[in-house]
Design a protein around this ligand. Structure first.
Ligand code: SAM
Length: 225
């Protein structure tokens, strides 16, 4: 599945969604009150213990969030590059989290892999006020059909939690419209960001590697506010 034959995104949407501004403003003006799943509350409770202990032992360290981390390849790289941070990879897919072999092999002490739903965990983590130095969202599911705007992170009710998590944000996608929409949605919250084409010598995630091997380009948003 992850070789160089990934088809590029096709969509019936050819620019920023006409409903983006209305959708984002609607979500920003109403509190997202969906009850937390019991599983999310348990996961968060366990994570909180781990984070508090880590910060107690390493009071000058910070946290890096790697949301939608898949098998955690990016989580592993970030943990190696940032020994002064606890890097938390979160993905809802048990199958992907279980495949997190790099971490098991490397036995890094500053990495935590969590299976969980970000619709709940982002809200709980934002309220916890942890020192999150950087938040990465690498290749979120693009949901390119126009009718699926509400499934993209910037079209979802939980979007308002994202600027509360960290003041450094990196989002990458192989669908430039996703990133341009994310930029506009952030701007509605008062956060300005930069959008550029992204390339590097080595891919940081399996999806990135797959897209590049099939000739697709990545677009990256960075915000520092
Ligand atoms: C296209 S994959 C990218 C994975 C990885 N970042 C990479 O680049 O290889 C998108 C990931 O987002 C995860 N995801 C989608 N919705 C989620 C949610 N509500 N909570 C947590 N993870 C979610 C999926 O399980 C999937 O692993």
């Amino acid at each position: 599945m992850l070789d160089g034959n990934s088809r590029s995104i096709t969509s019936n949407q050819h620019g920023i969604h006409d409903d983006l501004e209305r959708t984002v403003k609607k979500h920003l003006s109403t509190e997202f009150k969906k009850p937390f799943a019991p599983f999310s509350l348990t996961t968060f409770k366990e994570l909180k213990v781990r984070v508090e202990l880590y910060l107690q032992v390493n009071p000058s360290h910070q946290i890096i969030l790697d949301s939608c981390c898949g098998v955690g390849e990016s989580t592993f790289h970030l943990a190696k590059q940032n020994p002064n941070c606890l890097v938390i990879g979160i993905d809802k897919s048990e199958h992907r989290i279980d495949k997190h072999i790099h971490h098991q092999q490397a036995e890094l002490l500053n990495i935590e892999m969590i299976r969980g739903d970000l619709n709940d965990l982002w809200r709980l983590i934002a309220d916890a006020n942890w020192p999150i130095a950087h938040h990465y969202i690498l290749y979120p599911n693009p949901w390119p059909k126009s009718k699926h705007l509400g499934r993209r992170w910037h079209g979802a009710p939980v979007f308002s939690s994202i600027p509360k998590l960290s003041k450094q944000l990196t989002v990458r996608s192989n669908w430039d419209i996703y990133i341009k929409e994310f930029q506009q949605a952030l701007s509605i919250t008062g956060v300005e960001s930069k959008v550029t084409e992204y390339s590097a010598e080595q891919a940081m995630t399996p999806f990135e590697r797959k897209y590049w091997a099939s000739g697709q380009k990545s677009t990256q948003l960075t915000a520092s506010f």
